[in-house]
Design a protein around this ligand. Structure first.
Ligand code: APR
Length: 319
């Protein structure tokens, strides 16, 4: 009941006819980072420049420093060719022919900013980027980091029907392979399914750890004394997800990652749990497995908020 095969969302391997007759898998991929000059974007680009599967790395941002970020990275002795693209007039060139587009573009929440301010700004950014992907790289796979993800994914999904969006956020190393429901207020780690197994029986400790994971973003903001939010761990999460998507595209089997994707595993139209990535993007949704009583309560409590977030995104996209 909780797992179903999703329709193939992208067909990346068949972009040129010759590849259909080739016995070798595609191993040359173009990856775009949109929002590449930011706190997440720069370390994300640095990690992707070291990925042997990435042959072309296009950095897009509205910040004037962007061509410089590309020149800086191009001095690394790894094979990926790096290009810099600054401002909307250079967006199409950045996106053209992309296999994967990772989006950390947007504004982080700043003091005095309401949730609505943040939503409207970031929603417009994600909408415009998704439109460009639809026009210039309709087969590309999207990975969205921009907050609030619960709403950003439905926006992009509405705009680009062949979209898959993933957000994988291993906030605490030991728990990185477990999955939860994404984004603050609706995010919970399924500790009962963590690998390696979390051997906790004390309910108080389980509750405390659950709350700590839920507040992981705030933990970083506090530790940075108001001087920034989570950027490096987010960059790592984005790079890890991108690598898994590329491994799937090149034909590797059994590539499993957590992803927030359109699905019917829960009452909500989008949900985060393990999925199998393959040549067509999300090949199979593995569902969220068996929940214990504590986790069932968490899910029940999260669903109304998640439904609201999804509707907000879908309504914005329809405007
Ligand atoms: N197109 C492309 N890039 C843009 C656009 C746009 N329309 N608008 C803003 N950007 C760029 C900024 O120029 C900046 O370089 O996005 C980058 C954002 O970087 P930061 O402000 O440093 O924010 P960061 O901490 O990286 O977070 C980005 O990820 O986790 C979320 O909540 C976070 O939504 C925020 C996003």
């Amino acid at each position: 009941m909780f797992s179903r095969v999703l329709k193939p969302v992208t067909v990346v391997a068949a972009q040129n006819g010759a590849k259909n007759f080739s016995t070798t898998s595609q191993r040359n991929f173009k990856v775009v980072v949109a929002g590449a000059s930011g706190g997440i974007g720069q370390p994300l680009a640095l990690l992707l420049k070291q990925n042997p599967l990435v042959t072309q790395l296009a950095l897009y941002d509205i910040a004037p420093v962007t061509p410089g970020v590309a020149v800086d990275l191009s001095h690394m002795d790894t094979p990926a060719k790096v290009t810099g693209h600054k401002g909307p007039e250079e967006l199409s060139a950045a996106i053209k022919g992309a296999d994967v587009v990772v989006i950390p573009a947007g504004v982080p929440r700043k003091p005095g900013m309401t949730r609505d301010d943040l939503f409207n700004t970031n929603a417009s950014i994600v909408r415009d980027l998704a439109k460009s992907v639809a026009q210039n790289a309709p087969k590309a796979i999207l990975a969205i980091i921009t907050n609030p993800v619960n709403s950003m994914v439905p926006i992009a999904s509405e705009i680009l029907t062949k979209v898959i969006i993933n957000l994988f956020t291993p906030k605490i190393g030991a728990l990185s392979s477990s999955c939860g429901i994404p984004a603050r207020c609706t995010k919970y780690q399924l500790l009962s399914q963590s690998q390696p197994a979390v051997k906790l029986t004390d309910q108080g400790k389980i509750k405390a750890l659950t709350e700590r994971i839920q507040e992981a973003g705030t933990e970083v903001v506090k530790a940075k004394a108001g001087g920034g939010s989570a950027t490096l761990s987010m960059a790592y999460a984005g790079a890890r997800l991108t690598n898994s998507v590329l491994r799937g595209l090149k034909g590797e089997s059994n590539v499993v990652e957590c992803a927030y994707v359109k699905s019917n595993v829960s009452e909500a139209a989008y949900f985060a749990n393990p999925v199998v990535l393959g040549k067509n993007g999300v090949e199979k949704n593995l569902g969220y497995g068996k929940l214990n009583a504590f986790e069932q309560e968490l899910l029940k409590a999260a669903i109304p908020e998640l439904l609201k977030n999804i509707k907000t995104g879908e309504d914005f996209a329809k405007k």
